[in-house]
Design a protein around this ligand. Structure first.
Ligand SMILES: NC(=O)c1ccc[n+]([C@@H]2O[C@H](COP(=O)([O-])OP(=O)(O)OC[C@H]3O[C@@H](n4cnc5c(N)ncnc54)[C@H](O)[C@@H]3O)[C@@H](O)[C@H]2O)c1
Length: 255
């Protein structure tokens, strides 16, 4: 894809399944990869692997709910790589519980990670993009934020909020050379999905129901996501902003 070589990207949740696939694809495109994740060991492991294969990556342990820790880690990555051209907000977390059975402490946790975390990242990294009048922001939302998802009420509210936030920021920044778009995966076979399914068993009821409902008759794989993220980070998408792209085997089709 055009215009990706030597760009600098920060990817939150880069230690996770979808995050790792995005980091690897970015590196394949010649992008310098900064990983911010609460999981330090896995982040270092992924950065080491990218560096071993001839790419350039750095990992920093960050809790995206902690504003100051992001400021520090971003400073370190930008001191080594240069200013951030591409921001991917991918870190996320959830548990499958009916809303009525949840408590406010659980809502706060979900909102902090899935919504406030992304707001923190934008607030810290977008000002530099504004100065340079150039940047690409890609938010990993979810189809749960477009159509809802049983057992994921607060998470869906966050992802729906992230979608509305992406569109609003896209409007505010459109004349400043900054594109903001979101990717909305359907169910993807990752540790996050497995942690929400009884026994993590993808041959059981819920996973089978998903597979039956998906026109392509399979769950997503982490490798299904990076292509659209790379496209939205590239010059090939310079005239695209404020868009939400579902990657769900046809499960959700929006006009
Ligand atoms: N797997 C799915 O079915 C699915 C569907 C739709 C959307 N998504 C979204 O895709 C993204 C990636 O999910 P995944 O399935 O790869 O999950 P994952 O659990 O494999 O990865 C999530 C990553 O986020 C990190 N993280 C969590 N809280 C953090 C925090 N406070 N600070 C920094 N890092 C934190 C985790 O350590 C982990 O590395 C998430 O935003 C998720 O909501 C996933």
């Amino acid at each position: 894809m055009r215009g990706l070589s030597k760009k600098v990207a920060i990817i939150t949740g880069g230690s996770g399944a979808i995050g790792q696939a995005i980091c690897q694809r970015f590196s394949d495109e010649g992008i310098l990869v900064g990983i911010l994740d609460i999981n330090k060991e896995k982040g270092i492991e992924i950065a080491d692997e990218i560096n071993r294969k001839g790419g350039t990556a750095l990992a920093r342990q960050v809790d995206i709910t902690d504003y100051n820790s992001i400021v520090e880690a971003t400073y370190e990555i930008e001191s080594s790589f240069g200013p951030t051209d591409i921001l991917v907000n991918n870190a996320g977390w959830d548990r499958l519980i009916n809303f009525i059975d949840t408590e406010p402490s659980f809502w706060n946790e979900i909102i902090s990670i899935n919504l406030i975390g992304a707001l923190n990242m934008h607030h810290i990294i977008v000002p530099g993009m504004l100065e340079r009048q150039s940047g690409k922001v890609i938010n990993i939302a979810s189809d749960a934020g477009r159509v809802g998802s049983s057992g994921e009420a607060v998470y869906s509210a966050c992802k729906g909020g992230l979608i509305a936030f992406t569109k609003t920021l896209a409007r505010e920044l459109a004349r400043n050379g900054i594109c903001c778009n979101a990717v909305a995966p359907g169910p993807v076979d990752t540790p996050l999905l497995r942690s929400m399914i009884p026994d993590g068993n993808l041959d059981g009821g819920l996973a089978k129901a998903f597979q039956k409902a998906i026109p392509m008759r399979r769950l997503g794989e982490p490798s299904d996501i990076p292509g659209i993220v790379a496209f939205l980070a590239s010059q090939d998408s310079d005239y695209i902003t404020g868009q939400i792209i579902s990657v769900s085997g046809g499960l959700t089709m929006h006009g």
